[in-house]
Design a binder for this molecule. Structure first.
Ligand SMILES: Nc1ncnc2c1ncn2[C@@H]1O[C@H](COP(=O)(O)OP(=O)(O)O)[C@@H](O)[C@H]1O
Ligand SMILES: [Mg+2]
Length: 378
């Protein structure tokens, strides 16, 4: 048998010294190259790996075919964090995955795997999960303790202002205003900690989107154009309608803020597009081995400046924010809600086009024939 020869040569030195496992995957889904770190990770020689279907050798707990398709179609990299990767008989390893089309041949995909232990050693994620957990617990406690005295401070400032000259009153107004800002921030922290389990029932996605859109229109997105690009035949999903609306509202808010941040015209001329469509190809494999189809797709697309590259890999972690006065809790809440709904969220961002995509399941068969509650009949 003639040895497999890769049609896609890569610079040897860089490739060989890369400390992270990396593969090149051709248009046919087969491994075209694997670096030495990849050979160790997959516990096989590059000779035996090359030419093999990539996802036969490497099982990744994420819709990888879809990720590759999107990376190719958009010619931009994609980050998938905290997924289980299984190779051969080893137990799954938690990894962050990066998928990027090759610069000179976008059909070829570079797939890099950062096992969490290596990522941590490189100082990239610093045990974000557990640190964040205890940080949230602590922040919640603090939030609760700080809110009461703040009310006192703000009340006292208002009393004081009655006997002051207009110049001095500006100072007390500042106290009141800043106190209000702190209270708002603390409320977000509390909200994150208090998230209740979803009360799921059949929900029309467009109703939830419309509620979020209306609320955005009268508030933070009043100067922006919001386009609806709906597939009206989309069947219902199985969700907590309030939590779903909260998810959409957070995504629209981030899009509006990004647009306004990158715009000299308060966002005039820019658009946020809300798109829904049906795509049966997406399946999520869960940890317990059960599989779920996630055919309902909702995208929030904006033409703002894009996600700052230095935080792109971590935006779903709590307290990661790329803007002044941000809490970094918005997307953490979104991702928690979506995962409580057995859904999937991914993001794809380049300047002038940022797409947050949510994929949700249909109403389970066992819930479809149930008599409707009063609320649903209304
Ligand atoms: N549509 C978007 N365009 C550009 N950057 C975004 C977008 N959505 C989120 N981001 C980035 O992700 C960060 C985290 O968002 P989020 O978790 O909602 O926290 P916060 O809004 O409080 O900063 C934002 O600060 C921003 O830098
Ligand atoms: Mg936000």
């Amino acid at each position: 048998m003639t040895p497999y020869r890769s049609p896609y040569p890569v610079p040897g030195v860089v490739w060989a010294s890369l400390p992270l496992p990396a593969l090149l995957i051709g248009l046919d889904g087969r491994i075209a190259e694997v670096n030495p770190a990849g050979e160790i990770f997959l516990n096989a020689s590059s000779r035996s790996l090359m030419g093999q279907p990539a996802f036969d050798r490497l099982s990744i707990d994420a819709p990888m075919d879809e990720a590759l398709l999107r990376a190719r179609a958009n010619q931009s990299p994609l980050f998938i964090n905290d997924v289980d990767v299984t190779t051969g008989e080893r137990p799954p390893v938690q990894c962050n995955i990066q998928v990027a089309p090759m610069h000179d041949n976008p059909d070829v995909i570079l797939l890099m795997i950062s096992p969490r232990d290596i990522a941590d050693r490189l100082g990239r994620s610093l045990h974000v999960k557990s640190a964040a957990k205890s940080a949230i617990g602590m922040a919640e406690m603090l939030a609760h303790e700080i809110k009461n005295p703040l009310a006192g401070i703000s009340g006292a400032a208002q009393l004081l202002s009655m006997n002051l000259t207009p110049e001095d009153r500006e100072l007390t107004e500042l106290i009141v205003e800043e106190t209000r800002r702190i209270v708002k921030l603390l409320e977000q922290v509390e909200q994150f900690g208090n998230l209740r389990p979803p009360e799921r029932r059949p929900v029309n996605i467009h109703d939830a989107l419309d509620r979020a859109r209306k609320s955005a229109r009268v508030g933070f997105a009043s100067g922006l154009t919001i386009i609806e690009d709906y597939d009206p035949s989309l069947p219902p999903t199985y969700a907590d309608p309030d939590q779903l609306m909260q998810v959409f509202l957070n995504l629209i808010k981030n899009a509006a803020e990004a647009i306004q941040r990158g715009s000299t015209t308060q966002g005039a001329g820019h658009t946020i597009r809300l798109r829904t469509f049906y795509d049966l190809s997406l399946r999520l494999r869960r940890r317990d081995g059960t599989g779920g189809s996630l055919p309902l797709q909702i995208e929030v697309i904006d033409d703002g400046p894009g996600i700052p590259p230095e935080i792109a890999g971590e935006i779903f972690e709590p307290f990661v924010s790329g803007r002044e006065n941000g809490t970094g809790l918005g997307l953490a809440l979104v991702s928690k809600i979506i995962s409580d709904h057995d859904g999937w969220i991914s993001v794809d961002s380049v300047p002038r086009r940022t797409v947050f995509r949510i994929s949700l399941p249909l109403v389970p068969k066992t819930q479809q024939d149930k008599p409707k509650s009063d609320r649903e009949l209304r």
